[in-house]
Structures are given as C-alpha cells and as structure tokens.
Design a protein around this ligand. Structure first.
Ligand code: LMR
Length: 401
C-alpha cells in the first residue's frame, strides 16, 4: 500500500536533535533546537513552575475535559500578559482567545481561521528568512506563502528599506507575519521607531498583521518591553492576530501551552469569532491539554509566583547575554578569528545567526561534534562556561578551513 510513499527529509531543526543524540562523543554540543539550558548544560525547570505544580497537586484537581477553547482563566491571563492590563480591546471584551498546542498550534489555528474567514487575501508574507516551520505550517493551513526582505547579509542587520519596499508593494489587504520580538532565526529586531514606521505603512496598505510572539521576556528580560510591537500596533487601531507560546518563557516546552487571539471590533463580533474558533479547533483536536495550562495560569494569577517567574525569565535572558559577550571576546580577541563578530553581541533572544555557511556547519558537526541548523543559527542557550571555549576554538578552525 505504501510502496509509492517517498522517504522525506529529516526536520531541519528537530532532525538536528536526533543527530546529536546519536553522537556519543563527550565533547558533543547541541546548538540546534531553541531550548534553554542552564550553566551546567541541563534542561531547566523554573522554580515558579515547580511551585505551581505543587499547588496543583495539592488541590487534587480532576481530569475532566477543558472547553474547546481551553482553560478560561489561562486564556484571559495570557491575553493580559500580551496586550497589557490597560489594553482597550481587552477592556471592551473584544479579544477572542483560544488555548493552543503551544505556538505552532496557535499559528496553525490562525492560518486556518484566516484561510477560511479573512475576506481580503489568502497570501501571507513572511520575513526572509523566517522560522523554517512557518512555511509548511501556513501552506498546510491553506494560505499562499510569499516573502518580504528582512535580513541584510552585508550589515548582518535589518534590511529595513527592503522590508519597507516589499511590504509597500504587496497587494492591499495581504496578511503579513511579524515576529513580535527575538526574531527567529536572525536575532535581529526592528527598533521601536522602526516598528512605528512599520505600523504606519501596514495601515496605509491595509495589510493584516499576524504577530508570532514565541519569546516574550526572552529578548530583553522584560515581558512588557518585549510586547512593545504588539501593544503599539493595537494602540494605533490595528486589528491583529497573535500567536503566543509559553514554551520558552516558562520553560514549558513539552507541555505545549500557547494561545491564539484575534482583536475584534466589539464584544458582539468577538462572540461570533469565538464561535468560529471553536468550529476550527473541535475537528482538529477537540480540546487542549490540561496540565500545562494550569501551570501557566497558576503563575500568571498569583502575584508572588508571577514575580518569581519574571525574575527567572530575566535570569535566563541575562545568562544568554553573558554568553554572547564571552563568545564575542573569544572569537574577536582571544582567537582573532577572521571576520567581524560584533553581531554575536548585538543580536537578541535565544539565537545567534553566526554567518557560518553550510560547509562550515557540516565540518563542525563531523569534526567537532557541534550541532546547529545548516543556516548557521546557534541556540545561545546551549553554550555555557564549560563548553564555550571549545565551541569558539572549533568555529575558529572551521572558519580558517
Ligand atoms: C526552534 O526554532 O528551535 C524552536 O522554535 C523549536 C522548534 O519547534 O523548532
């Protein structure tokens, strides 16, 4: 029956984890997937999460189904975290939110909703480059995917003029995907003043902004600061779609906790949109999982745990920033590796887009047991005091050839 099914390629990101696991060399380093590691290179369960789990266990909750759109306290608190306590549509009860299977699930619900109900276009413009999964995800949702320029290889920074030109040339009403903060894979974000310009020309061209916010808190260490673009767009009267993930900022990767939301004109419209979100979710997976949503909600609704969590997000962001500084020093000063490395310091979030080419990435995997995606992206969180020198030395060797 399946004799004609061709073998597919491994996933460009998760396939790296498989290759890493198969390598038994003690020096091996996994810088592929964006998952936080502590100073000992170990996965990190946040204290706020552990305490929330203790409370949940003590409360002896049942295991009944959640509603189709998830745990109401969680979705309400997730929207508050993203849009802010004083958000106008939030206070007007005009934000439709559904719990989702983390950020990917949120994007998928959003893609399906837009493909079915957005009246002006079926095309989504995504930055070049973007998170690899965005492309099949939106295609599978029934949208056509096109690109706008984003990254300038020469300056290793934002190609703002290219971005502007491409979005201004996009047909009126097109959907545009924007990374709210900590752009994946480049680590290059627009400045606040550039976001204001983007908001203006998105409004002029009547584009529909779909924000992917997978790293709130991870870019700057502050959840408010990282929500700037989302909140600014909403304050300017844009209606937006938003995908949120709690994988990175709460370290809830495998719990799959996220939310998808749409701002609407008023409460009556919100109710209609809500009803259609349910119609999309029910045949996909019926209703979302319980445990992770309880954890996130316990943290978001308790002032003490919330404060502890914010401190821990900042702690993770700060450790990554320290690693950037250290890597820059090693490459630039200690090893005098050919090339310019200041982008390692200026990029933000989980990743650094190193500029290493495919050949160099291959050499690093084969000779040094260092795994990263073939576009030269490294997860900064995989570096620590014990492996960073070995990493820098191996990069130096790969660059020198
Ligand atoms: C990544 O880009 O490494 C993360 O978003 C994890 C994933 O699912 O790809």
């Amino acid at each position: 029956t399946w004799s004609a099914v061709p073998a597919g390629p491994p996933d460009p990101i998760l396939g790296i984890t498989e290759a890493f696991k198969a390598d038994k060399d003690p020096r091996r380093i996994n810088l592929g997937v964006g998952a936080y590691r502590d100073e000992d290179g170990k996965p990190y369960v946040l204290n706020a999460v552990k305490k929330a789990e203790e409370r949940i266990s003590a409360a002896k909750l049942d295991k009944e189904y959640l509603p189709i759109t998830g745990l109401p306290g969680f979705t309400s608190n997730a929207a508050k975290l993203a849009y802010g306590a004083d958000s106008v549509p939030r206070n007007q009860n005009a934000i439709a939110v559904t719990q989702s299977i983390s950020g990917t699930g949120a994007l998928r619900i959003g893609g399906a909703f837009l493909a079915r109900h957005y009246p002006h276009s079926k095309t989504i413009y995504v930055p070049s480059p973007t998170w690899g999964n965005h492309i099949p995800l939106f295609k599978d949702s029934g949208l056509e995917v096109k690109y706008y320029r984003y990254f300038d290889k020469k300056t290793v920074g934002l190609d703002f003029e290219g971005l502007k030109e491409d979005l201004q040339n996009a047909p009126e009403g097109s959907i545009v995907l924007l990374h709210a903060c900590a752009h994946n894979p480049t680590g290059v974000d627009p400045t606040q003043s550039q976001w204001k310009d983007i908001s203006d020309f998105v409004a002029e061209k009547k584009l529909f902004p779909f924000f992917d916010m997978a790293y709130q808190g991870f870019a700057s260490g502050s959840t408010d600061r990282d929500a700037f673009a989302v909140r600014y767009f909403v304050s300017q009267g844009h209606q937006i779609a938003l995908s949120q993930s709690f994988a990175k900022n709460m370290g809830l990767y495998g719990e799959r906790v996220g939310a998808f939301s749409l701002t609407t004109a008023n409460e009556e419209e919100r109710k209609r949109v809500d009803s259609q979100l349910k119609i999309i979710v029910r045949p996909m997976y019926s209703n979302p999982p319980l445990h992770g949503a309880h954890i996130a909600n316990t943290i978001l609704s308790d002032p003490e745990l919330y404060q502890e969590w914010e401190g821990e997000v900042k702690g993770m962001a700060d450790r990554i920033i320290n690693m950037r500084e250290r890597l820059y020093q090693l490459l630039s000063n200690d090893f005098r590796t050919p090339g310019e490395w200041s982008h390692v310091k200026s990029q933000i979030g989980m990743f650094s887009f190193t500029g290493l080419n495919k050949e160099q990435c291959k050499v690093l995997a084969e000779k040094a047991h260092i795994y990263m995606t073939m576009d030269g992206r490294i997860s900064m969180a995989g570096l620590n005091g014990r492996n960073i020198e070995y990493f820098a030395k191996s990069v130096d060797a790969a660059v020198r050839g």
